[in-house]
Ligand binder design. Sequence first.
Ligand SMILES: Cc1cc2nc3c(=O)[nH]c(=O)nc-3n(C[C@H](O)[C@H](O)[C@H](O)COP(=O)(O)OP(=O)(O)OC[C@H]3O[C@@H](n4cnc5c(N)ncnc54)[C@H](O)[C@@H]3O)c2cc1C
Length: 279
Amino acid sequence: MIAAGFDYAAPDSVDEAIRLLVEGGEDAKLLAGGHSLIPLMKVRLAAPTLLVDLRRVPGLRGVSSEDSELRIGAMTAHAELADAKAGLLATAAGQIADQQVRNRGTIGGSLAHADPASDLPAVVLAAEGRVALKGAGGEREVAAADLFEDYLTTAVRADEVITEVRVPKLPGYGFGYEKFARRSEDWAMVGVCALVKATDGTCEDVRVGLTHMGSTPLRAGAVEEALRGQPLDAGRIGEAAEQAAEGTSPPGDLNATPEYKQHLARVLCRRALGAAAGV
Ligand SMILES: Cc1cc2nc3c(=O)[nH]c(=O)nc-3n(C[C@H](O)[C@H](O)[C@H](O)COP(=O)(O)OP(=O)(O)OC[C@H]3O[C@@H](n4cnc5c(N)ncnc54)[C@H](O)[C@@H]3O)c2cc1C
């Protein structure tokens, strides 16, 4: 339970962090809240030789409201996000683990770590958010739909820093977030988030994200297709939610079999859609 030895650097700019990452090569890792990386290092599933701590880099924290989107600094802690006027994101952030974890864990760390059991990746995916990246090759943006490539694997390159998460404000959308865990502060056995826009009782747009239903966060495309353009009543919502597990292959674990997780996805989807639609 003791990490292998490593060097430590605390740069005071993103550019300096990038320089250190380039110098350190594949064995250099960014450190944000440390609540995913340090546990992995302690059990020796990760053994970086250099940790580049982002805590002293200015300008990476906080939530700001631009014209059509929320901009969330990568080092914004879950607790800060939970307290912000950030709709679905704030609600999901407020359900991450316990206060101690929420005080340290960051949105940038959560998206970069890409654990499919984490709460924020599926929310950013469903909201069609993007991450801003800066690396040795310059700056670029990656849509959440292209970010999560596989289990704990993203499109973020070894020399890149996530600087900001950009999420559309989605005015007029209702939202719901349902997380099922054995104890309230646990990781999601399954989580479902829903965003619904209604016009005259009809579903104009719907987005559904699934947590812990595969090796990456997922969109429930079949549910969205079944509900878009339909009247938003309990019957239609229930029918659409029946398709929540379509195309998923959730991992079985100590808490639940894949079949049980698929059952949970259907139940939680119905509840999340109901909350989002106000039905
Ligand atoms: C007991 C416990 C319970 C938890 N329960 C939950 C839960 O219920 N739901 C949930 O969602 N999460 C949960 N977490 C995880 C928590 O949210 C983590 O904080 C989060 O997943 C990672 O964020 P971090 O800031 O701690 O990242 P770190 O652990 O510092 O880093 C994680 C990875 O991301 C990389 N990284 C970090 N920041 C950046 C950046 N800006 N750009 C590029 N790469 C970066 C690091 O190099 C590392 O590979 C739990 C953690 C613990 C310890």
